[in-house]
Design a protein around this ligand. Sequence first.
Ligand SMILES: [Zn+2]
Length: 94
Amino acid sequence: MEEASNIEFAEDNYESVLSNLASLITYIDQESIHEVWHVSTIEQNKEHFVVVYGNANHLCTCMYLVTRGIVCRHFFSVMLASNKAIFHVGLIPN
Ligand SMILES: [Zn+2]
């Protein structure tokens, strides 16, 4: 994921998060996208998008998974918000 590390992901405002989302989606085969979740964190007033795609894969506009190799709390929020989403993602064959 060397390409991803060269990209600056600004988190300052909603519009930059939207453009992050647009950048993020260019990494993914768009036909494999199942769901896009909008996640906002109350304490920091920041917003992120979590894209659920492929066979139970996901990417988030915070890019923790790419830059730090950890699953971010935004994705955990999505899991908590929708068991159905994870259930159906898990069921979709390649
Ligand atoms: Zn995240």
